[in-house]
Write a protein that binds this ligand. Structure first.
Ligand code: HEM
Ligand code: HEM
Length: 279
């Protein structure tokens, strides 16, 4: 049995498991999601590389394509576009791996990320079902040849690689979490300073406007006071993340009691900074 086929099936199974885990963010935590989401992107590239014969076949000139091939082309190309968008948008909204990126209009990238991720589910399912028979046959064949040198070698080397990845992840987790917490503390501090500066500016503006109003009041004209806060509560909370556990949920959408308590404290902070001007 060829090593390549054993390797292909192992990659397929790991990809399948990782894809499923991506839809359980609340359970896995954001660190796992980002690190293994990126790894999944790399595995898809390897998967495509291992199936390059298929690409050669579909791009071969003069070859008539059956309805089955056309359907596979549609599904596979949608999946390639979807995974590209998922990974790019994932990096743009990253909380742990690229916390300094701080893209403006983050919510647009979050929407792209979620839409493409949920949209890909149906296509992935069809892709998987179309290859189910092939996978079953291969797994059966591998089981029959499990004692051969080739099969053992592939299992031992991929098993060792999986162990190394898990160990690296375990070793890197505290470092990445520490960086994220420092970044959060800095963001909170910056937001507070900006908030205080803006609150002072807002107070000065109000005083100036009140002076103008009273001066103009004599001549019978009215001038509206503008005391709307420049940073809304939603804007303020969307830049903060819960530190209760490694999931680091955004404080705008806390997922547990700890997160809710931190969101309440942050709301109190916001009110202290913006005072009466808060809406
Ligand atoms: C975005 C993700 C994916 C893309 C772009 C993709 C693309 C492709 C392409 C182009 C082929 C060769 C043509 C064909 O036979 O249809 C293929 C084959 C295959 N795919 Fe995928 N695939 C993806 C995810 C998956 C996942 C998650 C699984 C497993 C659960 C999987 C299982 C298979 C299998 C079993 C084959 C047959 C050859 C092999 O074992 O590699 N694919 N895929
Ligand atoms: C194939 C890979 C991926 C899939 C299928 C995927 C899928 C998803 C899904 C379904 C959600 C919504 C979860 C929920 O609301 O419960 C989500 C959220 C998220 N993903 Fe991914 N993701 C992938 C890769 C990545 C990568 C590589 C990154 C970053 C490097 C990333 C960063 C995020 C972030 C930060 C959120 C939270 C967004 C928010 O609500 O603020 N994802 N992802």
């Amino acid at each position: 049995m060829k090593k390549k086929f054993v390797f292909k099936i192992i990659i397929d199974c790991i990809m399948g498991a990782l894809f499923i885990s991506m839809y359980f963010l609340t359970q896995t935590g954001i660190l796992f999601h980002e690190v293994f989401g990126l790894l999944l992107g790399i595995l898809v590239l390897i998967h495509l590389g291992l199936n390059q014969e298929w690409f050669k076949m579909i791009f071969k000139k003069g070859k008539k394509k059956t309805a089955r091939t056309k359907r596979a082309i549609g599904i596979n190309f949608f999946l390639i576009v979807a995974i590209t968008l998922i990974i790019i948008s994932g990096l743009m909204i990253s909380i742990v791996l690229l916390p300094g990126l701080n893209v403006s209009h983050r919510y647009i990238f979050v929407a792209i990320h979620k839409l493409t991720a949920y949209g890909a589910v149906a296509f992935l399912l069809v892709h998987f079902l179309l290859h189910l028979k092939y996978m079953k046959g291969m797994i059966k064949k591998i089981a029959q040849h499990r004692r051969t040198k080739a099969v053992r070698q592939v299992f031992v080397s991929t098993g060792a690689l999986v162990v190394v990845v898990i160990m690296l992840y375990a070793a890197g987790t505290p470092i990445l979490e520490n960086v994220t917490l420092q970044q959060e503390a800095q963001t909170t501090q910056e937001q507070k300073s900006i908030g205080i500066a803006k609150a002072n500016q807002s107070t000065e503006q109000t005083i100036q406007e009140e002076t103008v109003t009273s001066a103009e009041g004599d001549s019978g004209q009215t001038v509206e006071n503008s005391t709307a806060p420049i940073v809304s509560l939603n804007d303020y909370l969307s830049g903060l993340y819960c530190t209760g556990c490694s999931k680091h949920c955004p404080l705008i959408a806390p997922a547990c009691a700890k997160g809710e308590a931190q969101a309440q404290v942050a709301t109190q902070d916001y009110e202290n900074i913006y005072g009466d001007s808060a809406q």
